[in-house]
Design a protein around this ligand. Structure first.
Ligand code: PA5
Length: 439
């Protein structure tokens, strides 16, 4: 099977089948609300049909831009924050070599990120890199007014215009923003930048399958057709099936809510493949921003195993029983790496020599799951046949659909984020932004 699935066998001692079955009507009701678009936040459901609805012309335009820009750029700077950058980074880091900055393949530029931090040292180092390398830029902001990417873009734009001249700089910049309004929209129109639109009805954290994610992913050399195909195939499963056996998104949404009602307030998304670490960052935004409101919501947390077993393992095994664990379990590696035989066996690990690293990693995973269950942590596994564009497309849609359903079961509006504004008001007042003195 080339489809992701959810393994719940290790949950048996933490929740009865009857609890799950009892939640099915609520889950189906949430699914109906999502598909009929008559619940809270219904103005932001443009992502639901997205993998089918995305115009082939947009995909063709993205590919043409990749050809045009990759011929003249060694570095591609993606400027954006939150939903305007995490999806692209999640997919790119899952697919590219861990050593991509040192070891480029295939003639595609190295994607680097800006606008996601206000660190001065970060920008000093970025500018040093951009001084030396030819580069192009995607500046991504739905509102077009977010401070962090605006600051980054002002610096990068000024550098580009000095380095290449205004007209050549303009040809190296792509703006992805609102169709009609916002400072970024206005700058892009005035400067004549290539533009893509973020649909009004797609919120940032649900926008990875729009140009927001697709352009950077394609610039990094990855196959966006397969990514979209994976999402389309998962969408069919999610929309057509009303039972837990055939709809992993409904099952995941239900399990989370049963465990939450049973007192589990923290979900740890765990991987045994470090290249999935940014997938966890994307997932944390998706679930944290969608569900953490009205004094409710599971706190999304993430760990990379086996690395973090040597730091956080103690707490997970023996600390307060707040959490449950969702393991992203990858069946097959992309490549092989053998452990050599050593005649002297001074390190005592010859017993591992006939095994593949994946077999060892899978045994670490099973050993961890059994230990954590014994320690009182409910564990479920998302089984990924391998890591490629098609499977990641499925995983994205699976998490998005489950998030919408889960948020409605929780009783919140999964598609707003009023809490994100609070720090901005304080920051603007502290920095003396006009109009914020009395806020
Ligand atoms: O999901 C969200 O809405 C947020 O995380 C936004 O994506 C983030 O704040 C960036 O906003 P914008 O794209 O308007 O710059």
């Amino acid at each position: 099977m080339n489809t992701i699935s959810l393994d719940t066998q290790h949950l048996a001692r933490f929740m009865g089948d009857s609890q799950l079955e009892a939640l099915l009507p609520e889950v189906l009701n949430a699914k109906k609300t999502l598909l009929e678009g008559n619940g809270k936040g219904a103005d932001f459901l443009g992502w639901v049909p997205l993998p089918e609805d995305l115009s082939p012309q947009i995909v063709a335009d993205i590919k043409a831009d990749v050809q045009r820009l990759s011929s003249k750029a060694k570095v591609f700077v993606v400027i954006g924050i939150g939903g305007s950058y995490l999806g692209a980074r999640a997919v790119i880091e899952a697919l590219q070599s861990e050593f991509a900055p040192l070891h480029r393949e295939g003639g595609f530029p190295l994607v680097v990120y800006a606008g996601h931090t206000l660190s001065e040292d970060y920008y000093y180092e970025l500018m040093n890199l951009l001084e030396k390398e030819d580069y192009a830029v995607a500046v991504i902001s739905k509102s077009g007014t977010t401070t962090e990417p605006a600051v980054a873009f002002r610096m990068v734009k000024a550098h580009m215009e000095k380095k290449y001249g205004r007209s050549e700089a303009a040809s190296r910049i792509v703006a992805i923003t609102d169709a009609r309004k916002g400072a970024l929209h206005d700058i892009a129109v005035q400067e004549g930048y290539r533009m893509y639109v973020i649909p009004d009805n797609v919120g940032g954290r649900f926008s990875v399958l729009t140009p927001v994610g697709l352009l950077p992913i394609a610039m990094a050399g990855f196959d966006i057709d397969n990514l979209l195909q994976g999402a389309r195939d998962m969408r069919k499963l999610c929309v057509q099936n009303d039972d837990f056996d055939n709809n992993p998104a409904l099952l995941y949404a239900a399990v989370r809510n049963v465990l939450y009602r049973n007192g589990r307030k923290v979900e740890m998304l765990v991987n045994f493949e470090p290249r999935l670490r940014y997938f966890s960052e994307w997932w944390k935004q998706l679930y944290g921003e969608s569900e953490g409101k009205d004094g409710k919501g599971i706190l999304p947390h993430s760990l990379c195993f086996t690395t973090d077993l040597h730091s956080m393992g103690q707490y997970v095994q023996d600390g307060e029983r707040l959490m449950f664990e969702t393991v992203m379990s990858v069946a097959k590696p992309q490549h092989g790496a053998a452990i050599p035989w050593d005649e002297r066996n001074l390190d005592g690990i010859n017993y591992l020599q006939s095994k593949s690293l994946t077999e060892i990693n899978h045994n670490a995973e099973l050993g961890t799951i059994l230990a954590h269950c014994d320690g009182g942590v409910p564990v479920m596994r998302i089984e990924l046949p391998e890591i490629n564009e098609y499977i990641l497309g499925q995983l994205i849609y699976f998490f998005e659909f489950a998030c919408g359903v889960s948020g409605y079961v929780l009783g919140v509006n999964p598609f707003d984020q009023p809490g994100v504004e609070a720090y901005k008001k304080n920051m603007f007042r502290l920095l003396g932004k006009p109009g914020y003195a009395d806020k």
